[in-house]
Write a protein that binds this ligand. Structure first.
Ligand code: C2O
Ligand code: CU
Ligand code: CU
Length: 513
């Protein structure tokens, strides 16, 4: 049983019994006391810190045929032991959220089973160039108890740090915060990064856990701002430890797999060099002191550990336009601690100066404009108070207090096509944020190039060309991107604060052959 293997590999972190598969996934019964916006009590669970960083398990390939990756995935209820003595009911893929690792040129076939009682789900392959009917769109739900096959090919040049998560209409935010998300690594045929640097995947998630170990339901503040947890976890662990030798360089992939957490990150006592973004390597390494990783974004780094002692991955403050009370303290969280030895490592090969070529997308044939707005259903959000509200009466639906997040004045409708485009057509998209908070904007099915940021009349260009599928649009900002869809079919674009996506900030573009 894979669950048994997982148990063993987590050395007690996870508790699952033989009854796991039969466990009833009872969301209605989870009453969230001790939650995020409630007064903290001494009984709030304490998560262990400083345990050795674990690598996420890999999904094994069931095919012996070269160039074919075949496996089974099931979305199912389970338990994770985040805090001592408390089993938290969660949803996981195969009980472990395994990493899928395949190579450019591979054919992928995933047999998927939805074992979530009473809820539809899908698997969306975030950022990947998969056919529209294989991309887990909300219009293609897999009903509870049903199976389907997701099949696609990984084209040459598609190597990147992708991920996958559910995308069922109205249920995405909850299924993701309850645990469903996984990493999909596509490896290149020829990797310019020295293998000596390793390849460390760090998946960042956000956990809110009540005194009884359950995950409280979302509150009004969660719907408005996106659900932010109490603990940012790395591969499911709080501030895990990693041993490195002085002088070591590590390739580290950071994934923001949280619903809504803006992560402005710095690595104290170590130096960071960006080598890749959402859609793979950039052209040349770029040294940075800090970086902002908004929900769904990924970055590939080379981290050089040149000073002995502790090197900590920490968060810095970020102003993303929080509404109402309960603004989390973003600064000063320690996500990961590297213990750097006194003794130096053997010399490491240098990082190449040139990583790849990214051709500019060229002259756009059409321009589209997407205006992001918020509507609070007549309530003045400046004076809105959350204290004393009984969150048990709130549901995460589009009529939640009339709160709506809109694109071009419209709320998402599965049965409406908002835009029509053509396969292979280069387009300029202008995303205008007229709302009071930042919105990380994501497009399905392709990767884009950011050409301009404009705010208060000032225009700036990104300092390097990169492939992206998610870009943060700050309040009052306009971002211009170039993109091209190479496959036909309907594709979603939306805010990747998943509660905003759920409350309407999503649209559909139909790409015609
Ligand atoms: Cu992570 Cu609609 O996507
Ligand atoms: Cu996506
Ligand atoms: Cu948003």
């Amino acid at each position: 049983m894979h669950r048994r293997t997982f148990l063993a590999s987590l050395a007690g972190l996870v508790a699952a019994g033989p009854a796991t598969a039969q466990m009833k996934y009872d969301m209605g019964g989870m009453n969230g006391h001790g939650g995020h916006n409630m007064p903290k009590t001494a009984t709030n669970p304490i998560l262990p810190e400083g345990q050795p960083l674990r690598a996420l398990p890999r999904l094994s390939n069931q095919s012996a045929v070269p160039g074919v990756f075949k496996a089974k995935l099931a979305a199912e209820p389970g338990f994770v032991r985040f805090a001592d003595g408390l089993d938290t009911p969660v949803l996981l893929y195969n009980g472990t959220n395994p990493v899928i690792e395949a190579s450019e040129g591979d054919t992928v076939e995933i047999s998927f089973e939805n074992r979530i009682p009473g809820e539809p789900t899908t698997i969306h392959w975030h950022g990947m160039p998969v056919p529209a009917d294989q991309d887990g769109n909300p219009t293609d739900p897999v009903a509870s108890g049903e199976e389907r096959i997701y099949a696609f090919e990984l084209p040459e040049g598609s190597a990147a740090s992708y991920w996958f998560h559910p995308h069922p209409h109205g249920l995405t935010a909850e299924q993701v915060y309850r645990g469903l998300a996984g990493i999909f690594l596509v490896k290149p045929k020829n990797d310019p990064i020295p293998p000596d640097y390793g390849d460390t995947v760090l998946m960042l998630t956000d956990l809110r856990i009540a005194a009884d170990g359950t995950m409280p339901e979302s509150t009004m503040a969660d719907l408005m701002n996106g659900r932010v947890g109490d603990h940012v976890l790395v591969n499911g662990q709080k501030n895990p430890a990693m041993a490195v030798a002085r002088g070591e360089k590590r390739r580290i992939r950071l994934y923001n797999a949280t619903n809504a957490r803006f992560l402005r990150l710095a690595f104290e006592n170590a130096s960071m060099t960006v080598i890749g973004t959402d859609g793979g390597l950039i052209e040349a390494p770029v040294a940075v002191n800090e970086l902002l990783l908004t929900p769904a974004e990924r970055v590939e780094l080379i981290v050089s550990f040149d000073k002995p002692g502790e090197a900590k991955l920490t968060t810095l403050d970020y102003e993303r336009g929080w509404m109402g009370p309960g603004k989390p303290n973003e600064a000063g969280m320690i996500l990961l601690t590297a213990n750097v030895s006194e003794e130096a490592t053997a010399a490491m090969p240098p990082l190449p100066a040139k990583l790849r070529t990214i051709e500019p997308l060229g002259t756009p044939a059409v321009t589209r404009r997407f205006v992001l707005t918020e509507s609070m259903g007549g309530m003045d959000h400046g004076s809105m108070t959350m204290s004393g509200m009984d969150h048990s009466s709130m549901s995460l639906s589009s009529d939640s207090m009339g709160m709506k997040f809109l694109i071009n004045g419209a709320s998402f409708d599965m049965n409406r096509i908002d835009e029509v485009s053509k396969v292979g057509q280069v387009e300029l998209w202008e995303i205008v944020n007229e709302a009071d908070m930042d919105h990380p904007f994501h497009v399905h099915g392709t990767q884009f190039q950011i050409t301009e940021h404009e705010k208060d009349g000032k225009v700036s260009m990104p300092s390097y060309r990169a492939w992206k599928d998610t870009v943060n649009i700050t309040a009052g900002e306009t971002v211009r991107i170039l993109l091209r869809q190479d496959l036909p079919g309907p594709r979603m674009y939306h805010c990747h604060i998943l509660e905003h996506e759920q409350l309407g900030m999503m649209g559909t573009i139909d790409i015609q052959a």
